[in-house]
Design a protein around this ligand. Sequence first.
Ligand SMILES: [Cu+2]
Length: 119
Amino acid sequence: MRLNLVRLSPCLALVFLFACGGNHSTNNAATPTPSAATGADAAVATRTYPGVGTVTALNPKAPSIEINHGDIEGLMPAMKMEFDVSDASLLNGLQVEDQIDFTIEDRTGVMRVIAIKKR
Ligand SMILES: [Cu+2]
């Protein structure tokens, strides 16, 4: 029994890694800017992406926002997901169901929303 478990766990770890590979954040890490992203530069490479979507939840305490968003070219397909926001004040005046334009900052795979505008 014990031997079986020991042999299984690395396999399970791999399974989880591959499962996570479907996540868009892994894609980001795999597509650094070809020219500038080497060494220390890669660690601070920051890109921004425009998005459009519908607010599905607001969490000013995190602060974070859940958005049902459309395709974000070069970053991820349409989905509903939660984003950290750079400042809780970005959520001021927003309500669930609001249509928004927003900007995602992607810092080497760490994403957060840095701007939100109601449509
Ligand atoms: Cu997403």
